[in-house]
Design a protein. Structure first.
Lengths: 558, 351, 228
């Protein structure tokens, strides 16, 4: 059992006291950097590379693995606490993490994030060990045709993310794709929708849109509500009840596997993985209706998936020498500086290093958990800041994040504009999640579609004749069926849902604050519940969402 | 993410998958020199000119990489900066600044705004010619002072290991007949495409018939070749090294004049009677309006750098070949190369 | 990107917020309920989206084709589809039934117009505020409500205006000065009452942030006239 020996050898190197200190430093630095606006794992690693230069290669890699995990977790922290996702991979986390924080469950949400990140990391390290060499062929089996189909599948999540007003959800998604197309077209170098502004040639940076339509819009909504309702003070304990653990375990496991395989694909990565797993869990869950209102499963799924995908992206790096994500591209650079050349020959020529990297990634995720669980109450204290001060602070946070990205005041202007747009969307029941989804997947979808057709000389049939693509498209179609049936049924019966009249301060605001779904969702949801014979009063539907038991009936808990 | 997937021209280099797809990467590693520089902005200290007319810098030297961290430009900038300090060729420190965006145009704009500042250098490669030709930059190489050409890398033309294509002529024939798609790491009209089109024309094939598929980086083009989604690929030698060694892909030609040590069994195009070479040269440039003494200082500095053993080690690892040219030669080379590119682009119908 | 929303912002609020209601009917003693502000009928939204879609389509149809090499899908192809899709969606939105809340205006929530109605409005708000506050405090643990103006639309406008001003002076004054100004004044304006704490935070936090980002992490924030 050579592999196990090798791994043990890897652990032997990684577990010296000195190296444990490095991984500790790495995780801590990564967490702090990752929490800062706009600084994700990629920048965290880039910032640590100069420090790693002079170090022993193994120690350096161990430290960088710690930075990597720490930064991903740090990003989730700002998503959950401030609705300000700093990196694309943690956007889906904010869908339920922030509503949980609003309900005073910030500690719990962060604990779920940390634990599920650990689970995702662990499962995919096992996957990496066991099947990495054979996964290389899986990674290359995806070409433009297959990526197009995968992106289409991802975009069908709009139907589930878009709340119940499908038209508004679709409008948001279409506008998201439109934003994605701004800039110089990568396939032909033709400039699209830039209004001759050089600042737009490179397209609209994802982070600007995300911070605008989530964090800034949230601040404006808070102001519009006069700060009433919304954030509850006091952070409940981190402790998860046995039932909650039972509740999040299956989604975490499923999402880890899904995330790992998505991460293995060089053209997909953590963001796509987190969205796919979120929408998958929303569809699977009996209480899928309460996703977006603080359902712990909605935190567990994307967190497990994005960490699993992060590890999965090491497969193409270490077996093909191709970085599967921006972060692994930076790591590739770091490894090369340290004299390690990842690639097809790494496992045979340099097995110690290969297993050393695997072992240190695993240790990184363990230390993350040990270090961060005690720190969570500290992070969550952010929410105790009086809102009169928190609101301007969040604005500064967004401004620093965007400015540090491009050093451009133009981008700050775009941030403000997207904040206003996001606010108006929220006020009028347009969900923001499909916009972000369209923005992230739309560009990839178009590029791969055009590449595929370029290769096939314009024959659209390739999407159906290639088996993987045909399969993914079939799944996409199937996954939309329930929603389409629902829409058609509603249209036929002609019942238009009734709006809960004049929401009362507490519950009504909570539903308003439940960012991604907006009040339409709450409204419709209460209707659906009423249809299902639940005794839940319409007005309290959204607020009591998390309390839903395994049978899917949302019984008010307090 | 969105930004870089749209970059249609970017430097090709070992590991330059990074340069093209740095998902949402922020310009993290902006050097600490900037506050100093900003503070000094306007009344720039011009450095010291000694009695004998030689010049030496009075501030830390700043090297701009007009791309994000991790790419070819960044690798060159950071490697030079580190070695200049380690080998104690400079008294003060050397800082690297990343100015990503618009295929380099953002960084060039930054340098152009600092005309006459002798402490600001930037690293450069073929996109400094190609991007302005595509009309995507307000500045071209004539707006800057060439300092030195340092090293060069070459393109390899790859097919799958089990492909019937054996020579570049086979490849050219297949491409012309429309039976073969060739992936590259950058957009149409940019480096990889020009390297393919120029070679095809030289082989007597009609380059306009080439089904060139642009990917976001050589790495993506390579995986697509491995997976059989495209039939050929054109990428930098450094990017393909690993897969050539493992035998996953096969090279039918390399764009150098003489065989490259790292891939010694790959025949050059010229050996196959195709009169075409393509260099991915890498050099250093400075803002306009530098004095002769200032240029002379940097010429010597980089010449000295390349003489060090550490540089030799690094460049061998990165797959670079030394190709030093001083300021004047480099300038002439740039003008010449631009003519050549313009001709290729016109033939392909991209100009 | 979304001119429609901006357009709405500029022109529509007065009409859009309360469509079909008698505009002159002012009820100065009642503050505008946040539920009403910035909420538009499906009809208004549909028109706004349609206008945006038409503008987008116009641009998409002006886009040049790529002719150098034959490409099966032009760069303008997808934008055209998207524009058409958005137009169709806008029509669907236009014909969506209006939520009952908007069809039947509640008597308590008369539209106080913008601009001219402010004078009495503010007084009204203050009266309402004092009356409301104990209840709010009981509920929220002593936090004052955010902001000072009666009309949430003005409040939002002012807030966005402050943000734009902050951005405008961001490079000019540098990060520390502009952020200290913004943070201090907004925190005060929004109603934070511990002025000393506010001053200390506004002065130290930007500096700490600047030091951490610029010196610690090499992410250079603008220094402005300050000597570092």
């Amino acid at each position: 059992m050579g592999m196990l020996d090798q791994l043990m050898y890897g652990f032997g190197i990684a577990l010296t006291p000195e190296n444990l200190l490095y991984v500790f430093i790495g995780v801590l630095a990564g967490t702090i950097i990752g929490m800062l606006p706009g600084l994700g794992p990629m920048s965290a690693i880039a910032l640590m590379i100069p420090i790693a230069y002079g170090m022993d290669p193994t120690s350096a890699i161990i430290m960088l693995a710690g930075v990597y995990y720490g930064a991903i977790f740090g990003g989730s922290t700002s998503s959950i606490l401030l609705n300000a996702p700093g990196v694309a991979g943690t956007v889906a986390t904010s869908f339920d993490g922030y509503p949980m924080a609003l309900k005073g469950q910030a500690g719990k949400a962060l604990a779920i994030a940390a634990i599920c990140s650990f689970v995702g990391g662990t499962i995919s390290v096992v996957g990496l060990m066991a099947i990495a060499p054979s996964l290389a062929s899986f990674a290359v089996s995806f070409g433009p045709v297959e990526y197009f189909a995968l992106m289409v599948l991802g975009l069908t999540a709009v139907v589930s993310l878009g709340g119940r007003n499908l038209v508004k959800g679709l409008i948001a998604a279409v506008v998201g794709v439109m934003i994605a197309l701004v800039g110089i077209d990568s396939q032909t170098a033709i400039v699209r929708f830039t209004f001759d502004l050089p600042e737009l040639y490179e397209g609209v940076e994802f982070l600007i849109v995300a911070l605008g339509v989530f964090a800034l819009a949230e601040v404006l909504v808070m102001l519009n509500q006069r700060g009433q309702g919304g954030v509850r003070k006091g952070v409940t304990s981190l402790r998860l009840s046995r039932r909650e653990i039972a509740q999040i375990t299956p989604p975490a496991l499923r999402s880890s596997v899904l995330g790992f395989f998505t991460g293995v694909l060089p053209g997909a990565g953590a963001t796509v993985a987190s969205f796919l797993s979120y929408s998958m869990e929303k569809k699977i869950a009996r209480d899928g209706d309460t996703f977006g209102q603080g359902n712990p499963k909605g935190v567990a799924a994307p967190e497990a998936a994005n960490n699993a995908a992060a590890v999965g992206s090491f497969v193409p790096l270490m077996t093909l020498g191709v970085p599967g994500s921006g972060t692994t591209a930076i790591l590739l650079g770091a490894l090369m500086v340290l004299g390690v050349q990842p690639g097809p020959m790494m496992l045979s020529e340099n097995p110690d290093m290969f297993w050393g990297v695997v072992a240190s990634m695993y240790i990184g995720s363990v230390v993350l958990l040990i270090l961060n669980l005690p720190l969570i109450p500290l992070f969550a204290k952010v929410l105790n800041t009086p809102r009169t001060m928190l609101v301007p602070l969040v604005v500064v946070f967004c401004v620093v994040g965007v400015y540090g990205l491009s050093f451009s005041v133009f981008d700050l202007g775009m941030l403000a504009a997207f904040g206003v747009i996001g606010f108006l969307m929220r006020r009028n029941g347009f969900p923001a999640a499909p916009l972000i989804l369209g923005l992230i997947l739309g560009g990839l979808m178009e590029t791969n579609m055009r590449r595929a057709l370029q290769i096939s000389d314009g024959a659209w049939s390739v999407f159906l004749t290639e088996p993987i693509s045909a399969g993914l498209l079939a799944v996409a179609l199937l996954s939309m069926l329930p929603a389409l049936v629902r829409v058609l049924r509603r249209r036929r019966t002609g019942i238009e849902p009734a709006e809960p009249s004049a929401p009362t301060a507490g519950t009504g605001d909570a539903s308003e604050e439940a960012a991604p779904t907006g009040e339409d969702d709450a409204r419709e949801e209460s209707r659906d519940r009423a249809e299902a014979g639940s005794a839940t009063a319409p007005g309290t539907g959204a607020a009591s969402g998390t309390g839903s038991g395994p049978d899917g009936q949302a019984a008010p808990r307090d | 993410m969105l930004r870089l997937t749209k970059t249609h021209v970017s430097p090709s280099a070992p590991g330059s998958g990074a340069s093209r797809r740095t998902l949402g990467f922020r310009a993290a590693a902006v050097a600490a020199a900037l506050p100093l520089v900003l503070a000094a902005c306007g009344g720039t200290d011009e450095g010291a000119v000694a009695e004998d007319g030689t010049w030496s810098p009075s501030q830390p030297i700043e090297i701009t990489a007009p791309a994000a961290t991790g790419g070819g430009w960044d690798t060159l900038a950071r490697t030079s900066a580190r070695l200049l300090e380690e080998e104690e060729l400079v008294d003060d420190s050397v800082q690297v600044v990343n100015k990503p965006g618009a295929g380099g145009a953002i960084g060039w704009g930054y340098i152009a705004n600092n005309a006459g500042d002798p402490h600001k250098l930037f690293v450069t490669s073929p996109p400094i010619l190609l991007v302005p030709m595509a009309g995507d930059s307000d500045y071209d190489h004539e707006d800057f002072t060439p300092v030195a050409r340092l090293a060069t890398d070459y393109m390899v033309y790859l097919v799958a290991a089990d492909s019937p294509v054996e020579t570049f002529d086979d490849l050219a024939a297949q491409v012309e007949s429309g039976d073969m798609s060739v992936g590259g790491g950058s957009g149409p009209g940019s480096m990889d495409h020009v390297a393919l089109a120029g070679a095809l024309e030289a082989a007597g094939a009609d380059a306009t018939q080439a089904n060139y598929i642009p990917f976001d980086g050589g790495g993506e083009a390579l995986t697509s070749l491995l997976g059989g989604h495209v039939d050929g690929a054109v990428v930098g030698v450094g990017e393909a090294l690993g897969m050539l060694e493992s035998g996953d892909v096969r090279a039918v030609g390399v764009s150098s004049a003489e065989r490259v040590d790292a891939v010694a069994d790959v025949p050059t195009l010229q050996e196959q009677d195709i009169d075409f070479t393509f260099d991915i040269w890498r050099g250093v440039m400075a803002p306009s309006d530098l004095s002769e003494a200032q240029v002379a200082y940097y010429e010597t500095l980089f010449a000295d750098l390349m003489d060090t053993e550490a540089w030799q080690t690094e460049s061998a690892r990165l797959g670079w070949t030394d190709a030093y040219q001083d300021s004047e030669e480099f300038g002439a080379f740039l003008d010449e190369t631009r003519e050549e590119f313009a001709q290729i682009l016109t033939e392909v119908g991209l100009q | 990107m979304s001119e429609h929303t901006t357009a709405r912002r500029d022109g529509a609020p007065a009409e859009g917020a309360a469509p079909g209601r008698p505009r002159g009917a002012r009820t100065p003693r009642t503050p505008i309920l946040p539920e009403q502000a910035f909420r538009f009928s499906p009809r208004t939204l549909g028109i706004a989206v349609a206008v945006f879609a038409i503008g987008y389509l116009a641009l998409a149809f002006q886009m040049p084709d790529y002719t150098a090499v034959s490409v099966p899908v032009q760069p303008s192809t997808l934008p055209r589809w998207l524009g058409v899709a958005l137009l169709v969606l806008a029509v669907l939105l236009f014909f969506q039934r209006r939520p009952p809340e908007e069809t039947a205006p509640e008597p308590a929530s008369g539209s106080a117009g913008s601009g001219s109605g402010d004078g009495p409005g503010i007084e009204g708000a203050e009266a309402a505020e004092t009356a409301e506050e104990p209840a709010v405090q009981a509920q929220e643990g002593g936090e004052p409500r955010l902001g000072r103006l009666d009309d949430p639309r003005l409040e939002i406008g002012l807030f966005v205006g402050a943000l734009v001003a902050y951005i405008a002076v961001f490079e000019l004054l540098g990060f520390i000065l502009s952020t200290a100004l913004y943070l201090g004044s907004m925190t005060w304006y929004l109603g934070y009452r511990r002025h000393l704490v506010n001053a200390v935070v506004a002065l130290t936090l930007p500096f700490a942030f600047y030091a951490g980002m610029t010196w610690g992490l090499d992410v250079t924030l603008p220094s402005g006239p300050l000597p570092f």
